[in-house]
Every structure is written in structure tokens, then in C-alpha cells.
Design a protein around this ligand. Structure first.
Ligand code: GSH
Length: 255
């Protein structure tokens, strides 16, 4: 049994989709990131980076004590090896063809889309300086546009991101790519026809739909303007000194 520490966001969906695709037994533990669950000592012991997703595998590969993991890329790669699905075994070139796209997603598509989304959809509530918004949008939406071109070219050449087989490269990238229309004007987006074909095809898989919809109601409950404001203040105001107190409490609780 795997404990999945989760909130319904693209990084969370990568792991819920992978668990569904592999048919691995799991139970979901809510990490309400707007409510501050990521700073709780019990969560920081699993993920010192105060970000979900994270997992605990109570029957880890190779046996031994329960294994706690954070970072969606590391988790999905681990689950692929555990299940023997969607990633070739170590030593084969095929594995590294897939992993290069996994790391590409972790370092490029996810962070750039996260930042573009921040400037397009959140920052207007956090700054009244239009120049700041404009620069952030130009920089990050521009990068997202470039990255879409990279994917589109690849998906024009083969069915899936890393070749002709569905792999964890698709599982990692789809949760972000399915949100593209929130960032890029649909008329521009229509240039990316291969990407759109892949988003639709992967999105039609039952396991993808199940993982994508896991507890989606948590993120859809109605909040007052005041509650939204408190949640934004918590999410977008994190510096080392603010996080240190929570980390120290977690270390103390572990002793
Ligand atoms: N690189 C990390 C990113 C995880 C991440 O940024 N998670 C966000 C939600 S999508 C989070 O937990 N945010 C909480 C916060 O900002 O305090 C991964 O892929 O696991």
C-alpha cells in the first residue's frame, strides 16, 4: 500500500495518474497547500521542500523499512520501476530516451508553466504595477510557447513524446500540457496541432481521467475573497526565515 500526499494540481496528478495506470493500491492524504498543510511537521519529515506530491511506500522495492519520496519525477520513476511499466529497464537506450523527457518536463515545462500561470492568473492580486505583470507574462508565456513548439515537433514525428510507446514522459508532461489553453491564446494554440492531438489522445485514457479527477472537488470548493487572500499570502510569500520555524518544529517532533 502506498500513501499518496496530494492536492489536485498538475504535479499531484502526475503521481495519481501513474498509480492509476499501474493499478497500484494507494490511499490519498490531503495536503491542502493553501491551508498550510505542507508546513506541518509530519509532512516536512517526508518532504523537506514543503511541496506536494510525496509518497510513502510501505512495501518498497528491495524490501526494508517504508520508503518516503518527494519530487514528482523521482516518484514516478520509482513507481515505473516498481510496477515494471512505462519505462524500460536500466541499461537499455530506450530508458534514457524516456528519462531525458522526464527531466525536460521537470526543469522546463512544469516550472515555466507554473511561472506563466503565476503572472497571468495570480500576480494581478499581488502587485499593482502593470510593468511587473507585463514583463513576467512576456518572459514566461514566451518560454511556454517555445516549449510547446518543441513538443509539437516531436509529436509530429511520433505518436508519443519519447517515441512510439506511451511512457512516463507522457504521464509527466500531460498534466501541465492539458492546461495550456489557460495560458496561450487558443488561436495561437491551434498552431500546435500535433500537441493537441496528443493531449486529446492521452486525456482519453481511463487511468488519466481517474488520476486527473482525483478529489478535484477539494480545489473547487467555493472560497470567500478573504479566504482566497489568506491562501495567496501563504503560497506566495515564502522565504527561508518563514519556512525555518516549521522545519525546526518538524526536527524537534522527530527527536
Ligand atoms: N518539483 C516539484 C514541484 C512540486 C510543487 O511545486 N508543488 C506545489 C503544488 S503544484 C506545492 O506543493 N506548492 C505548495 C507551496 O507552494 O507552498 C515536484 O515536481 O514534485
Amino acid at each position: 500500500m502506498i500513501d499518496l500526499y496530494y492536492w489536485p494540481t498538475p504535479n499531484g496528478w502526475k503521481v495519481s495518474i501513474m498509480l492509476e495506470e499501474c493499478g497500484i493500491d494507494y490511499q490519498t492524504i490531503a495536503v491542502d497547500i493553501g491551508g498550510g498543510d505542507q508546513f506541518k511537521p509530519e509532512f516536512l519529515r517526508i518532504c523537506p521542500n514543503n511541496r506536494m506530491p510525496a509518497i510513502i511506500d510501505h512495501a518498497p522495492v528491495g524490501g526494508g523499512k517504508p520508503l518516503a519520496l518527494f519530487e514528482s519525477g523521482a516518484i514516478v520513476e520509482y513507481l515505473a520501476d516498481k510496477a515494471g511499466r512505462f519505462l524500460a529497464a536500466p541499461g537499455s537506450a530506450e530508458r534514457y530516451r524516456v528519462l531525458q523527457w522526464v527531466y525536460w518536463q521537470m526543469a522546463n515545462l512544469g516550472p515555466m508553466m507554473g511561472n506563466a500561470n503565476h503572472f497571468k492568473n495570480y500576480a494581478k492580486n499581488l502587485t499593482s504595477d502593470p510593468a511587473q505583470l507585463e514583463y513576467g507574462i512576456k518572459r514566461f508565456v514566451g518560454e511556454v510557447d517555445r516549449l510547446c513548439g518543441v513538443m509539437d515537433a516531436e509529436l509530429g514525428a511520433h505518436r508519443y513524446l519519447a517515441g512510439d510507446e506511451y511512457s512516463i514522459a507522457d504521464i509527466m508532461s500531460w498534466p501541465w500540457a492539458c492546461l495550456l489553453e489557460r495560458l496561450i491564446d487558443p488561436s495561437v494554440n491551434s498552431n500546435f496541432r500535433h500537441l493537441k492531438r496528443w493531449v486529446d489522445e492521452v486525456g482519453a485514457r481511463p487511468a488519466v481521467q481517474k488520476g486527473r479527477n482525483l478529489y478535484k472537488e477539494w480545489a473547487e470548493r467555493p472560497l470567500t475573497e478573504e479566504q482566497e487572500k489568506t491562501r495567496r499570502a501563504l503560497l506566495f510569500n515564502q522565504t527561508n526565515d518563514k519556512v525555518r520555524a516549521a522545519r525546526e518544529a518538524a526536527a524537534k517532533a522527530a527527536r
